[in-house]
Design a protein around this ligand. Structure first.
Ligand code: SAM
Length: 303
């Protein structure tokens, strides 16, 4: 267990990370019974949060947005390393307690914390500006499991300044996000995440680092947004609006051929077939065979 350093220290003192005892104490003090509805599984293992910060390749040039800081486990580890953390927490009790936890356990970095008490699904750049928080360069979070994919896709869409993502999600969701075309688990989240950059699994996390322990293992996912100027297609709202409905339609009936699955989108099977052929895609294939580049081509987006 990490404890605050007492001796005089040349540089800023490192944060005192939260172990099982501190997590229980904080939860008791706040009278918190973790809820499944809000995906409240708190990490009580300092090594795990250090591992997340390291897998995120976070540096002192990063302004991180963290969704669901909870009792502050990951927040404290991030504050040691990055320039700022903007924490977005929906649970008022947790949001209210966080600044005090940071002041107590990371006093030399407390000024690096910005806090928004808000649903991450609704957070927009204007909310950060209003809170005096900088534009985020990275998203690092142990995401609430019930909304992990929508939150991830929402933040990637709304915050183009996020160049790196490291999120902890359920293991099967991590697999799905990082899946390649043709695999059984490849689907809408895989294509939509790959729209923004390269997506890969960045490790596995067991159940016992959490309190309460979830029923399933977790996985880390890293996304590196395509570098500016090197995007294979425009990463903007207009392109997204053209591409994502095709992805949704192709996977809504994933056992059907693309000709059939996209007939509603194009008005008829014949029109779908024409569009597919024009994009050099075999209309007899299923959606699960198409990479995001194929969907972009089908949408008629040309760089
Ligand atoms: N980061 C902490 C940790 O690693 O111990 C807590 C992670 S816990 C899996 C998820 C956190 O997200 C909880 O604190 C929960 O209250 C919060 N949360 C759930 N839904 C949310 C939402 N829609 N927006 C923001 N925070 C949310």
């Amino acid at each position: 267990m990490d404890t605050p350093q007492e001796k005089p220290h040349a540089g800023p003192r490192p944060a005192a990370l939260l172990g099982p005892v501190e997590i229980r104490q904080l939860a008791e003090e706040l009278d918190i019974t973790p809820t499944k509805k809000l995906g409240q599984n708190f990490v009580h293992d300092p090594n795990t949060v250090r591992r997340i910060v390291s897998a995120a390749a976070a540096t002192d040039g990063d302004d991180v947005i963290e969704v669901g800081p909870g009792l502050g486990s990951l927040t404290l580890a991030l504050l040691d390393t990055v320039r700022s953390v903007t924490a977005v927490e929906i649970d008022p009790r947790l949001a209210e307690r966080l600044p005090r936890t940071v002041a107590d356990r990371a006093p030399d970095h407390a000024d690096r914390l910005n806090l928004l008490r808000q649903d991450a699904l609704t957070v927009l750049p204007a909310d950060l500006r209003a809170a005096g928080a900088p534009e985020p360069t990275a998203l690092v979070a142990n995401l609430p499991y019930n909304v992990s994919v929508p939150v991830l896709l929402h933040l990637l869409a709304e915050f183009p300044t996020i160049t790196r993502v490291l999120v902890m999600v359920q293991a099967e969701v991590a697999d799905r996000l990082a899946a390649a075309p043709g695999s059984k688990i490849y689907g809408v989240p895989s294509v939509k995440a790959a729209f923004y950059g390269t997506v890969r699994r960045a490790g596995s996390i067991g159940k016992n680092v959490f309190w309460p322990a979830p029923k399933i293992d977790s996985g880390l996912v890293r996304i590196d947004r395509f570098p500016g100027g090197e995007e294979p297609w425009p990463i903007d709202a207009r392109t997204r609006a053209a591409v994502f409905p095709l992805v949704d339609a192709a996977f809504a009936q994933r056992r059907k051929t693309l000709r059939a699955a996209l007939s509603g989108h194009y008005g008829s099977g014949a029109a779908a077939e024409d569009a597919l052929r024009a994009a050099h895609i075999d209309p007899g294939l299923r959606g699960e065979k198409l990479g995001v580049a194929d969907f972009v081509r089908l949408a008629g987006v040309v760089r």
